[in-house]
Design a protein around this ligand. Structure first.
Ligand code: GLP
Length: 284
């Protein structure tokens, strides 16, 4: 039994704070499993938006463990990933397609043609068409039941980087090709053997399709995320900090944090049971 977290609300968004990253990731994984079961109960496929980066690795480890012990099946699941470097081969170990294959796709019973990752091999002239098609495929599948997000140190979600757009413009951003922000390149340096080696562009699900998901779970662990987390939760909505745009759909957003990532937030804190029920409801 997990230790009950501290909880609070900021700008209408539910915030759960768990003692450590392992538990936070397990909780996020359990919300995904709840979403899969809710769709099964409705005799339809669950549609999941998945994230990469170091943070969700433990979420996928939890899902794989649950799958192996019969706790969940991906037989009736469709997935759409948030982002991918561009250009990159899917067999390049640094690609997000390869990441997903390692951490989840090759480990569970998900059908290969239901596991969608933006394709880093598409010729540049066709990238806009691919991006628009990706948004259409999600809609054709009935929309995302749950979007899992991480957050960059600069407040990015997916690869939607800080910009000087107006809030109204940022909220309309579709899936597209983007330039990576210097902070993002610095953070990806460990995977690429130096910031100057990081692939400079990426494909990302846009702000609009992210916010269209029926529920959004944003997971942040570790002290380096504390500043961006506090600004996104307690600051104004601004395109300069894309995670703050989640405030525009506050009622369907749940932040899952460990103590270090929550260290920039102030109470008052309360027990979270009602919020967990709310998330469960949103996943139905
Ligand atoms: C990466 C990904 C994001 C991710 C974020 C944080 O660049 N594009 O989707 O949420 O940055 O990554 P990490 O979890 O490794 O800190």
């Amino acid at each position: 039994m997990d230790v009950p977290p501290r909880s609070l609300r900021h700008a209408g968004m539910a915030v759960q704070v768990w003692p450590d990253a392992e538990i936070a990731c397990r909780v996020a994984g359990d919300l995904i499993i709840t979403s899969i079961r809710a769709a099964e109960a409705q005799r339809r496929r669950a549609v999941l938006g998945l994230a990469t980066g170091s943070t969700p690795e433990r979420v996928y480890a939890h899902l794989v463990r649950q799958y192996r012990t019969g706790g969940v099946s991906f037989r009736n699941v469709i997935t759409y990933n948030l982002d991918e470097y561009y250009p990159i081969s899917p067999v390049d170990p640094r690609s997000y397609r390869a990441y997903m294959h390692r951490h989840l796709f090759s480990q569970v019973d998900l059908e290969p043609n239901r596991a969608h990752v933006l394709d880093g091999t598409v010729p540049e002239a066709f990238v806009a068409g691919l991006a628009a098609a990706f948004d259409r495929w999600i809609e054709a599948d009935g929309g995302l039941d749950l979007q899992l997000l991480g957050i960059g140190r600069n407040g990015h979600i997916g690869f939607n980087e800080p910009s000087d757009l107006t809030v109204a413009e940022a909220l309309r951003l579709p899936t597209r090709l983007v330039e990576l922000h210097p902070t993002t390149r610095a953070d990806a340096a460990r995977d690429f053997g130096g910031a100057d080696q990081v692939i400079a562009r990426a494909l990302t699900l846009g702000i609009a399709p992210i916010l269209a998901a029926r529920s959004i779970v944003i997971l942040a662990t570790g002290a380096p995320k504390a500043e961006a987390v506090a600004a996104a939760l307690t600051g104004p909505m601004t395109a300069a900090l894309p995670a703050s745009l989640l405030q525009s759909v506050a009622g369907k957003v749940t932040w899952i944090l460990d103590e270090p990532a929550a260290s920039g937030l102030n109470g008052p804190w309360s027990v979270v049971r009602g919020d967990q029920d709310r998330v469960r409801g949103a996943a139905h």
